[in-house]
Design a protein around this ligand. Structure first.
Ligand SMILES: [Fe+2]
Length: 231
């Protein structure tokens, strides 16, 4: 993995396919880690809630991984054979991590109350390792793979890849991704994203999405309220 801080994030006109979604995943990973650490093993309700949250989080991570494989890495490999091999190897490790994390979560569920604290600690520690792997992995995709993509694909082609990604995501999947992406964004990015969504959708569709992302009473431009709910 590349842990160098040789940041080459896109400061040019070329779109960065990873930037916004990876910021969202970093936020979601951090929140998940904290939630696991703060859950009281003696409290059935808290344990059930955090395990449900973890199952949902792993679903999101798996969806993202599959999407990157199908929509980015496959396209890049077709033009630059082997370019995404390292990222794909990391994805294989992630898949193994997801299986192990689900097994550890099932062990927490099945544990008697007196053994639950130990099972929770194992789950918390393993999830922390997954986050460490994922942070390294996302950094590598952003600083090694994305510049390679920018080198071999035109800006219009990169826009096309992004368009293919966005249009293949159902609203049910888009909402949880947008929640963490908007939550992790800075205010300028948040305003640009929401304004772009509003401009690109029929008003009723945007209204439904805004209601799902924030709440049905949210009105466009109320950024303080959006941040209160999402950040
Ligand atoms: Fe990835």
């Amino acid at each position: 993995m590349n842990a160098n801080t040789d940041f080459k994030t896109a400061e040019t006109a070329v779109r960065d396919l990873y930037y916004a979604v990876h910021k969202g995943l970093r936020l979601a990973n951090a929140r998940m880690l904290v939630a696991l650490g703060q859950s009281d093993p003696a409290d059935d309700g808290e344990v059930g809630a955090v395990l449900g949250k973890l199952a949902h989080h792993l679903d999101i991570c798996l969806y993202h991984l599959k999407h990157e494989n199908a929509r980015i890495h496959a396209v890049v490999d077709a033009r630059v054979p082997g370019a995404s091999d390292h990222a794909d190897e990391d994805h294989e490790h992630h898949l193994a991590s997801f299986i192990e994390l689900r097994q550890l979560a099932a062990a927490v569920s099945a544990a008697t109350v007196d053994r639950r604290a130990a099972a929770m600690r194992r789950l918390y520690q393993r999830f922390a390792l997954f986050v460490a792997e994922d942070l390294q992995h996302m950094h590598e995709e952003e600083t090694r793979l994305m510049p390679l993509i920018a080198q071999h694909f035109s800006a219009a082609e990169i826009d096309g890849i992004e368009h293919a990604i966005v249009t293949s995501i159902t609203p049910e999947v888009m909402v949880p991704f947008m929640r963490v992406m908007l939550g992790a964004a800075n205010r300028s990015e948040r305003i640009a994203t929401v304004t772009g969504l509003k401009a690109g959708m029929p008003p009723e569709v945007f209204g439904q999405m805004a209601a799902a992302l924030v709440h049905p009473q949210w009105r466009h431009d109320d950024w303080d309220e959006m941040e209160r709910v999402l950040c």
